[in-house]
Design a protein around this ligand. Sequence first.
Ligand SMILES: NC(=O)c1ccc[n+]([C@@H]2O[C@H](COP(=O)([O-])OP(=O)(O)OC[C@H]3O[C@@H](n4cnc5c(N)ncnc54)[C@H](OP(=O)(O)O)[C@@H]3O)[C@@H](O)[C@H]2O)c1
Length: 328
Amino acid sequence: MAYYKVKEGYTDNMEYRRLGASGLRLSALSLGMWQNFGEDADRDVARKIVCTALDGGITSFDLANNYGPPAGAAEEMFGYLYRSLLRPLRDEIVVATKAGYPAWSGPYGDGGSKKYLVASCDRSLRAMGLDYVDIFYSHRYDSNTPLEETMSALDYIVRSGRALYVALSKYPADVLPRAVEILRSLGTPCIAHQVQYSMLSRQNEPLFPLHKELGVGCVTFSPLAQGQLTNRYADGIPADSRASRGESLKAGVVEDNLPKVKALAEVAAERGESLAQLALAWQLQGGAVDSVIIGASRPEQVIDNLGAVSAAPITPEQAAKINEILHK
Ligand SMILES: NC(=O)c1ccc[n+]([C@@H]2O[C@H](COP(=O)([O-])OP(=O)(O)OC[C@H]3O[C@@H](n4cnc5c(N)ncnc54)[C@H](OP(=O)(O)O)[C@@H]3O)[C@@H](O)[C@H]2O)c1
Protein backbone atom coordinates (compact mmCIF):
# COMPACT_ATOMS: atom_id res chain seq x y z
CA MET A 1 0.00 0.00 0.00
CA ALA A 2 1.34 3.45 -0.92
CA TYR A 3 1.70 6.14 1.73
CA TYR A 4 -1.32 8.40 2.00
CA LYS A 5 -1.20 11.68 0.13
CA VAL A 6 -3.31 14.08 2.14
CA LYS A 7 -5.59 16.43 0.19
CA GLU A 8 -4.02 19.69 -0.87
CA GLY A 9 -5.19 22.57 1.34
CA TYR A 10 -6.42 20.08 3.95
CA THR A 11 -6.08 22.63 6.75
CA ASP A 12 -8.08 25.34 4.97
CA ASN A 13 -11.44 24.54 6.57
CA MET A 14 -10.22 23.68 10.06
CA GLU A 15 -9.40 25.85 13.06
CA TYR A 16 -6.28 25.15 15.12
CA ARG A 17 -6.48 26.22 18.74
CA ARG A 18 -3.63 26.73 21.17
CA LEU A 19 -3.71 24.42 24.17
CA GLY A 20 -3.58 26.52 27.33
CA ALA A 21 -0.30 28.33 27.75
CA SER A 22 1.58 25.96 25.43
CA GLY A 23 2.72 26.56 21.87
CA LEU A 24 0.88 23.49 20.58
CA ARG A 25 -2.26 23.98 18.52
CA LEU A 26 -4.79 21.18 18.08
CA SER A 27 -7.40 20.93 15.38
CA ALA A 28 -10.76 22.03 16.82
CA LEU A 29 -11.92 18.46 16.19
CA SER A 30 -9.72 15.53 17.20
CA LEU A 31 -10.41 11.91 16.24
CA GLY A 32 -10.61 9.40 19.10
CA MET A 33 -10.04 5.67 18.86
CA TRP A 34 -11.73 4.42 22.02
CA GLN A 35 -14.15 2.35 19.96
CA ASN A 36 -14.30 1.19 16.32
CA PHE A 37 -10.53 0.52 16.07
CA GLY A 38 -10.37 -2.74 18.03
CA GLU A 39 -9.36 -6.25 17.00
CA ASP A 40 -12.62 -6.85 15.12
CA ALA A 41 -12.61 -3.53 13.28
CA ASP A 42 -12.37 -3.61 9.50
CA ARG A 43 -8.95 -2.23 8.54
CA ASP A 44 -10.27 -0.69 5.38
CA VAL A 45 -13.01 1.21 7.22
CA ALA A 46 -10.47 2.31 9.85
CA ARG A 47 -8.19 3.57 7.08
CA LYS A 48 -11.03 5.50 5.45
CA ILE A 49 -12.09 7.09 8.76
CA VAL A 50 -8.54 8.28 9.47
CA CYS A 51 -7.90 9.52 5.93
CA THR A 52 -11.25 11.34 5.81
CA ALA A 53 -10.40 13.03 9.10
CA LEU A 54 -6.99 14.09 7.81
CA ASP A 55 -8.39 15.42 4.55
CA GLY A 56 -10.79 17.51 6.60
CA GLY A 57 -7.92 19.01 8.62
CA ILE A 58 -8.17 16.81 11.73
CA THR A 59 -4.53 16.49 12.71
CA SER A 60 -5.01 15.29 16.29
CA PHE A 61 -5.53 11.62 17.15
CA ASP A 62 -6.49 10.48 20.63
CA LEU A 63 -5.62 6.99 21.87
CA ALA A 64 -5.06 5.15 25.15
CA ASN A 65 -3.34 1.94 26.13
CA ASN A 66 -6.70 0.32 26.99
CA TYR A 67 -8.61 1.20 23.79
CA GLY A 68 -9.75 -1.74 21.72
CA PRO A 69 -11.22 -4.15 22.58
CA PRO A 70 -9.11 -5.86 23.73
CA ALA A 71 -6.91 -3.32 25.53
CA GLY A 72 -4.08 -2.31 23.22
CA ALA A 73 -5.83 -3.22 19.95
CA ALA A 74 -6.54 0.40 18.96
CA GLU A 75 -2.86 1.29 19.29
CA GLU A 76 -2.01 -1.78 17.17
CA MET A 77 -4.51 -0.59 14.54
CA PHE A 78 -3.07 2.92 14.64
CA GLY A 79 0.40 1.37 14.29
CA TYR A 80 -0.72 -0.55 11.21
CA LEU A 81 -2.14 2.64 9.67
CA TYR A 82 0.90 4.68 10.65
CA ARG A 83 3.42 2.24 9.21
CA SER A 84 1.49 1.64 6.00
CA LEU A 85 0.04 5.08 5.30
CA LEU A 86 0.94 7.92 7.60
CA ARG A 87 4.66 7.73 8.31
CA PRO A 88 5.60 10.63 6.00
CA LEU A 89 2.98 12.75 7.79
CA ARG A 90 4.51 12.32 11.25
CA ASP A 91 5.32 16.02 11.59
CA GLU A 92 1.83 17.04 10.48
CA ILE A 93 -0.08 15.08 13.11
CA VAL A 94 -0.39 15.03 16.88
CA VAL A 95 -0.69 11.62 18.49
CA ALA A 96 -1.82 11.38 22.09
CA THR A 97 -2.00 8.31 24.28
CA LYS A 98 -2.77 7.62 27.93
CA ALA A 99 -2.28 5.20 30.78
CA GLY A 100 -4.27 4.90 33.99
CA TYR A 101 -6.83 2.10 33.54
CA PRO A 102 -6.18 -1.66 33.60
CA ALA A 103 -4.02 -2.60 30.64
CA TRP A 104 -2.30 -5.85 31.55
CA SER A 105 -2.37 -8.40 34.36
CA GLY A 106 -0.42 -8.25 37.60
CA PRO A 107 0.18 -5.37 40.00
CA TYR A 108 1.93 -3.04 37.51
CA GLY A 109 -0.66 -2.68 34.75
CA ASP A 110 -3.03 -0.14 36.30
CA GLY A 111 -3.08 3.14 38.24
CA GLY A 112 -0.64 6.02 38.44
CA SER A 113 2.69 4.55 39.54
CA LYS A 114 5.92 5.43 37.74
CA LYS A 115 6.46 1.70 37.10
CA TYR A 116 3.15 1.47 35.20
CA LEU A 117 3.24 4.78 33.32
CA VAL A 118 6.76 4.39 31.95
CA ALA A 119 6.26 0.75 30.93
CA SER A 120 2.93 1.60 29.36
CA CYS A 121 4.40 4.46 27.36
CA ASP A 122 7.08 2.11 26.01
CA ARG A 123 4.44 -0.47 25.04
CA SER A 124 2.34 2.23 23.34
CA LEU A 125 5.33 3.47 21.33
CA ARG A 126 6.12 -0.09 20.20
CA ALA A 127 2.50 -0.80 19.24
CA MET A 128 2.15 2.41 17.26
CA GLY A 129 5.61 2.27 15.67
CA LEU A 130 6.44 5.75 16.96
CA ASP A 131 9.66 7.15 18.43
CA TYR A 132 7.66 9.51 20.65
CA VAL A 133 4.06 10.57 21.28
CA ASP A 134 3.13 14.21 21.12
CA ILE A 135 1.00 14.12 24.28
CA PHE A 136 1.10 11.57 27.07
CA TYR A 137 -1.82 11.67 29.50
CA SER A 138 -2.34 10.33 32.98
CA HIS A 139 -5.73 8.83 32.14
CA ARG A 140 -7.15 9.26 35.65
CA TYR A 141 -6.21 10.34 39.13
CA ASP A 142 -5.01 7.41 41.25
CA SER A 143 -5.47 8.20 44.94
CA ASN A 144 -3.36 5.14 45.87
CA THR A 145 -0.24 6.66 44.34
CA PRO A 146 1.32 9.87 45.68
CA LEU A 147 0.46 12.68 43.26
CA GLU A 148 4.16 13.66 43.25
CA GLU A 149 5.06 10.19 41.91
CA THR A 150 2.53 10.29 39.06
CA MET A 151 3.60 13.81 38.09
CA SER A 152 7.29 12.97 38.28
CA ALA A 153 6.62 9.94 36.04
CA LEU A 154 5.06 12.29 33.47
CA ASP A 155 8.04 14.62 33.77
CA TYR A 156 10.40 11.66 33.29
CA ILE A 157 8.47 10.51 30.23
CA VAL A 158 9.09 13.89 28.61
CA ARG A 159 12.71 14.21 29.75
CA SER A 160 13.52 10.73 28.44
CA GLY A 161 12.17 11.65 24.99
CA ARG A 162 9.11 9.41 25.04
CA ALA A 163 6.66 12.34 24.82
CA LEU A 164 6.79 16.01 23.91
CA TYR A 165 4.02 17.20 26.24
CA VAL A 166 1.96 15.84 29.12
CA ALA A 167 -1.67 16.23 30.07
CA LEU A 168 -4.25 14.96 32.54
CA SER A 169 -7.59 13.28 32.07
CA LYS A 170 -10.55 13.37 34.44
CA TYR A 171 -8.67 14.78 37.42
CA PRO A 172 -11.10 15.98 40.10
CA ALA A 173 -11.37 19.73 40.68
CA ASP A 174 -9.79 19.44 44.12
CA VAL A 175 -6.69 17.64 42.79
CA LEU A 176 -6.15 19.33 39.42
CA PRO A 177 -4.56 22.59 40.71
CA ARG A 178 -1.99 20.72 42.81
CA ALA A 179 -1.15 18.35 39.93
CA VAL A 180 -0.70 21.31 37.58
CA GLU A 181 1.48 23.09 40.14
CA ILE A 182 3.74 20.05 40.66
CA LEU A 183 4.20 19.65 36.90
CA ARG A 184 5.00 23.36 36.56
CA SER A 185 7.57 23.14 39.35
CA LEU A 186 9.19 20.19 37.58
CA GLY A 187 9.46 22.23 34.36
CA THR A 188 7.04 20.04 32.41
CA PRO A 189 3.77 21.98 32.27
CA CYS A 190 0.42 20.29 31.93
CA ILE A 191 -0.91 21.43 28.57
CA ALA A 192 -4.47 20.08 28.77
CA HIS A 193 -7.16 18.54 30.89
CA GLN A 194 -9.50 16.07 29.19
CA VAL A 195 -13.10 15.92 30.39
CA GLN A 196 -16.43 14.48 29.31
CA TYR A 197 -18.74 17.13 27.88
CA SER A 198 -21.86 17.21 25.76
CA MET A 199 -25.31 18.79 25.73
CA LEU A 200 -26.45 15.74 27.71
CA SER A 201 -23.50 15.71 30.09
CA ARG A 202 -22.66 19.12 31.54
CA GLN A 203 -21.37 18.17 34.99
CA ASN A 204 -17.83 19.34 34.10
CA GLU A 205 -18.80 22.90 33.16
CA PRO A 206 -17.64 24.21 36.59
CA LEU A 207 -14.10 23.14 35.61
CA PHE A 208 -13.93 25.48 32.64
CA PRO A 209 -13.02 28.66 34.58
CA LEU A 210 -10.42 26.61 36.47
CA HIS A 211 -8.78 25.56 33.19
CA LYS A 212 -8.45 29.23 32.18
CA GLU A 213 -7.13 30.18 35.62
CA LEU A 214 -4.53 27.41 35.52
CA GLY A 215 -3.55 28.09 31.89
CA VAL A 216 -4.43 24.54 30.92
CA GLY A 217 -6.14 23.62 27.65
CA CYS A 218 -9.57 21.99 27.67
CA VAL A 219 -10.10 18.90 25.53
CA THR A 220 -13.53 17.28 25.64
CA PHE A 221 -14.68 13.74 24.91
CA SER A 222 -17.96 12.02 24.00
CA PRO A 223 -19.37 15.28 22.58
CA LEU A 224 -22.24 13.41 20.92
CA ALA A 225 -23.00 11.45 24.10
CA GLN A 226 -21.69 8.37 22.26
CA GLY A 227 -23.99 8.91 19.29
CA GLN A 228 -27.17 9.97 21.05
CA LEU A 229 -26.80 13.57 19.83
CA THR A 230 -27.22 12.54 16.21
CA ASN A 231 -30.13 11.54 14.08
CA ARG A 232 -29.07 7.90 14.58
CA TYR A 233 -31.59 6.83 17.24
CA ALA A 234 -34.67 8.75 16.05
CA ASP A 235 -36.38 5.51 14.94
CA GLY A 236 -35.04 3.16 17.62
CA ILE A 237 -31.71 1.47 18.16
CA PRO A 238 -30.06 0.39 14.87
CA ALA A 239 -28.42 -3.04 14.87
CA ASP A 240 -24.96 -1.70 14.02
CA SER A 241 -24.91 1.10 16.63
CA ARG A 242 -22.98 1.46 19.87
CA ALA A 243 -26.17 1.23 21.93
CA SER A 244 -26.99 -2.10 20.27
CA ARG A 245 -23.84 -3.56 21.85
CA GLY A 246 -25.06 -2.29 25.24
CA GLU A 247 -21.56 -1.97 26.74
CA SER A 248 -20.68 1.71 27.17
CA LEU A 249 -24.10 2.99 26.06
CA LYS A 250 -27.25 1.37 27.41
CA ALA A 251 -30.52 1.23 25.49
CA GLY A 252 -32.44 2.57 28.52
CA VAL A 253 -30.31 5.73 28.59
CA VAL A 254 -30.94 6.31 24.89
CA GLU A 255 -34.70 5.90 25.39
CA ASP A 256 -34.76 8.30 28.38
CA ASN A 257 -32.92 11.00 26.44
CA LEU A 258 -34.94 10.63 23.25
CA PRO A 259 -37.48 13.45 23.92
CA LYS A 260 -34.63 15.96 24.42
CA VAL A 261 -32.76 14.58 21.43
CA LYS A 262 -35.79 14.94 19.16
CA ALA A 263 -36.39 18.53 20.31
CA LEU A 264 -32.72 19.38 19.70
CA ALA A 265 -32.90 17.75 16.25
CA GLU A 266 -35.68 20.23 15.40
CA VAL A 267 -33.45 23.17 16.35
CA ALA A 268 -30.71 21.68 14.16
CA ALA A 269 -33.13 21.20 11.25
CA GLU A 270 -34.26 24.84 11.55
CA ARG A 271 -30.59 25.83 11.22
CA GLY A 272 -30.25 23.57 8.19
CA GLU A 273 -27.78 21.21 9.82
CA SER A 274 -27.59 17.75 11.38
CA LEU A 275 -27.98 17.30 15.12
CA ALA A 276 -24.33 16.15 15.31
CA GLN A 277 -23.25 19.45 13.73
CA LEU A 278 -25.34 21.47 16.17
CA ALA A 279 -24.08 19.51 19.19
CA LEU A 280 -20.46 20.03 18.15
CA ALA A 281 -20.89 23.68 17.12
CA TRP A 282 -22.56 24.34 20.50
CA GLN A 283 -19.33 23.49 22.30
CA LEU A 284 -16.89 24.74 19.68
CA GLN A 285 -18.55 28.17 19.90
CA GLY A 286 -18.84 28.19 23.71
CA GLY A 287 -15.38 29.69 24.33
CA ALA A 288 -14.23 27.10 26.87
CA VAL A 289 -13.15 24.14 24.74
CA ASP A 290 -9.97 23.91 22.68
CA SER A 291 -10.47 20.59 20.94
CA VAL A 292 -13.45 18.26 20.84
CA ILE A 293 -12.66 14.57 20.42
CA ILE A 294 -15.16 12.84 18.20
CA GLY A 295 -15.55 9.11 17.59
CA ALA A 296 -16.79 7.59 14.34
CA SER A 297 -17.74 4.15 13.06
CA ARG A 298 -17.72 5.22 9.41
CA PRO A 299 -16.18 7.98 7.26
CA GLU A 300 -19.56 9.59 6.50
CA GLN A 301 -19.90 10.44 10.20
CA VAL A 302 -16.57 12.28 10.10
CA ILE A 303 -17.71 14.27 7.07
CA ASP A 304 -20.94 15.19 8.82
CA ASN A 305 -19.09 16.22 11.98
CA LEU A 306 -16.55 18.33 10.07
CA GLY A 307 -19.47 20.55 9.03
CA ALA A 308 -19.63 21.82 12.63
CA VAL A 309 -16.38 23.76 12.29
CA SER A 310 -17.88 26.17 9.76
CA ALA A 311 -21.41 26.16 11.25
CA ALA A 312 -23.24 29.48 11.50
CA PRO A 313 -23.01 31.16 14.92
CA ILE A 314 -25.69 29.93 17.30
CA THR A 315 -27.98 32.92 17.89
CA PRO A 316 -28.97 33.99 21.43
CA GLU A 317 -32.53 32.83 20.65
CA GLN A 318 -31.30 29.40 19.56
CA ALA A 319 -29.05 29.15 22.63
CA ALA A 320 -32.02 29.97 24.87
CA LYS A 321 -34.15 27.35 23.12
CA ILE A 322 -31.39 24.75 23.57
CA ASN A 323 -31.09 25.58 27.28
CA GLU A 324 -34.83 25.31 27.70
CA ILE A 325 -34.82 21.84 26.10
CA LEU A 326 -31.88 20.70 28.22
CA HIS A 327 -33.45 21.89 31.47
CA LYS A 328 -36.80 20.21 30.90
N1 LIG B 1 -10.30 10.49 28.75
C1 LIG B 1 -11.20 9.56 28.81
O1 LIG B 1 -11.36 8.89 29.83
C2 LIG B 1 -12.08 9.28 27.62
C3 LIG B 1 -13.29 8.58 27.80
C4 LIG B 1 -14.09 8.35 26.69
C5 LIG B 1 -13.67 8.81 25.42
N2 LIG B 1 -12.47 9.47 25.28
C6 LIG B 1 -12.00 9.91 23.96
O2 LIG B 1 -13.03 10.59 23.27
C7 LIG B 1 -13.24 9.97 22.00
C8 LIG B 1 -14.65 10.20 21.55
O3 LIG B 1 -15.58 9.58 22.44
P1 LIG B 1 -16.90 8.97 21.85
O4 LIG B 1 -16.53 7.95 20.80
O5 LIG B 1 -17.76 8.58 22.97
O6 LIG B 1 -17.50 10.28 21.09
P2 LIG B 1 -18.89 10.64 20.48
O7 LIG B 1 -18.54 11.51 19.31
O8 LIG B 1 -19.78 11.17 21.52
O9 LIG B 1 -19.53 9.27 19.96
C9 LIG B 1 -19.06 8.63 18.81
C10 LIG B 1 -20.13 7.74 18.23
O10 LIG B 1 -21.25 8.53 17.83
C11 LIG B 1 -21.76 8.07 16.59
N3 LIG B 1 -21.58 9.15 15.61
C12 LIG B 1 -20.52 9.98 15.49
N4 LIG B 1 -20.75 10.90 14.53
C13 LIG B 1 -21.97 10.63 14.05
C14 LIG B 1 -22.76 11.23 13.05
N5 LIG B 1 -22.35 12.31 12.38
N6 LIG B 1 -24.00 10.69 12.77
C15 LIG B 1 -24.44 9.62 13.46
N7 LIG B 1 -23.72 9.00 14.42
C16 LIG B 1 -22.50 9.52 14.71
C17 LIG B 1 -21.02 6.81 16.26
O11 LIG B 1 -21.74 5.77 16.88
P3 LIG B 1 -21.90 4.30 16.24
O12 LIG B 1 -20.58 3.66 16.56
O13 LIG B 1 -23.04 3.75 16.98
O14 LIG B 1 -22.10 4.48 14.78
C18 LIG B 1 -19.70 7.02 16.96
O15 LIG B 1 -19.02 5.83 17.25
C19 LIG B 1 -12.85 8.52 22.24
O16 LIG B 1 -12.55 7.82 21.05
C20 LIG B 1 -11.62 8.72 23.09
O17 LIG B 1 -10.52 9.06 22.27
C21 LIG B 1 -11.69 9.72 26.36
